[in-house]
Unconditional design. Structure first.
Length: 381
């Protein structure tokens, strides 16, 4: 039976980052994932993930995303890889959009560079956008996007260089939490550690089933479209989030590499079981229909041929805030999940936080609003 300081279950965005930071601090770490790392089965695939600093999901996240960006830049410097592209980010919505107002308010609160724009200014600056006259926007010049699979691959490789063991394509069959240690069973053996970090994405509720975590996996889709005519959505176009008053809440990325303008929908989707979710893009008419409809309404030169479509998953909490905390009974078990479709940008800082909690029992980052005690009826294992 192999003995480790920490076992990380789940090698996606948060798990791979946690493995890296634990290894960097000299800990003997094992990371286990049921798939390859990275993979197309969880929530991190699809090439890009947005990093917004002025934050429509709540100003309380701004210090975390600022630290996260700093850590992404440090990783780039350490490895010589390009992981982050600063394109700017545009948040647009109807005149009463709380999301846009929060992006503006959080920018003011933390003295972030931003521009508040009206509809005419937005359409003049980015002619590929067409919006009603009462829409408003906030432009954040320091935001951009991360190359998601490359980020995870880099964390895995760097952790292994530091001595971490990484077991891929091994499902966790059982977790036995004892008073002083944790045993994790896979088809290949039983592994023991003083600490456990659970970062299993859409599978975390199954992995820690007795806890009844309030996390709902949701089937989501993304599509890449070939714009028509001029390069209105290319190198000078920002990442974007639209909170419309008519057809929903959408996010997207510029056509930066000729692969098409990428678009997804934040709201709606289908509740799913991550083990049986239908991964065929186009199985539902709205897989493409919803996102194409958005482009037809708001970016009329973008909805050309569908170049590619993909199915992903969100892991939603009731309030759409994350869960990062100790197990309510065992302080040697740390839980991180429920990232609700806006977590990837934080992977670097959350990996560091999970490392801090595992080693020091505390973190300097404010995660008070992410604790489990905000939910009732969390059970012990």
């Amino acid at each position: 039976m192999s003995k480790y300081d920490v076992i990380v279950v789940g090698g996606g965005s948060m798990g791979s980052a946690a493995c890296y930071y634990l290894s960097k601090k000299g800990k003997n770490v094992l990371m286990i994932d049921q798939f390859s790392i990275p993979n197309t089965f969880g929530s991190h695939h699809g090439h890009t993930r947005m990093l917004r600093i002025g934050y429509g999901n709540g100003g309380k996240y701004v210090p975390l995303v600022q630290e996260s960006l700093k850590l992404w830049y440090e990783l780039e410097k350490e490895t010589g890889k390009e992981l982050y592209k600063k394109t700017g980010a545009l948040t647009v919505g109807h005149s009463e959009s709380r999301f846009v107002k929060e992006a503006i308010d959080s920018s003011i609160q933390y003295n972030l560079p931003y521009e508040k724009l009206d509809a005419e200014q937005i359409m003049q600056r980015w002619p590929g956008i067409q919006i009603p006259g009462d829409y408003i926007g906030s432009y954040d010049p320091d935001s951009g996007f991360l190359l998601s699979e490359e980020c995870i691959q880099t964390y895995k490789e760097e952790a292994m260089k530091l001595g971490a063991d990484v077991f891929e394509n091994q499902a966790v069959l059982a977790i036995d939490v004892q008073d002083e240690e944790v045993q994790v069973t896979t088809p290949n053996g039983v592994y023991t550690a003083a600490k456990l970090v659970a970062t299993a994405g859409a599978w975390i509720s199954k992995l820690l089933q007795p806890m009844e975590l309030p996390i709902t996996p949701m089937r989501k889709t993304i599509g890449w479209f070939k714009p028509s005519g001029k390069r209105l959505y290319g190198d000078n176009f920002p990442c974007f989030v639209f909170d419309t008053d008519s057809i929903g809440h959408y996010y997207g990325f510029p056509d930066f590499d000729g692969g098409g303008l990428k678009l997804g929908r934040m709201d709606q989707g289908y509740d799913c079981d991550p083990d049986t979710v239908n991964r065929e893009f186009g199985y539902y008419a709205d897989d493409e229909g919803d996102i194409r409809s958005f482009l037809e309404h708001f970016m009329p030169h973008a909805p050309g041929d569908l170049l590619k479509g993909a199915v992903s998953m969100f892991s939603n909490t009731p309030d759409h805030d994350f869960i990062i905390d100790y197990h309510p009974k065992y302080d040697h078990v740390i839980v991180a999940g429920g990232f609700s479709g806006h977590g990837f940008k934080f992977a670097s800082v959350i990996g560091k936080i999970l490392s801090d909690l595992s080693i020091d029992g505390e973190t300097s980052s404010d995660i008070s609003f992410l604790r489990l005690n905000r939910f009732a009826n969390i059970k012990t294992m």
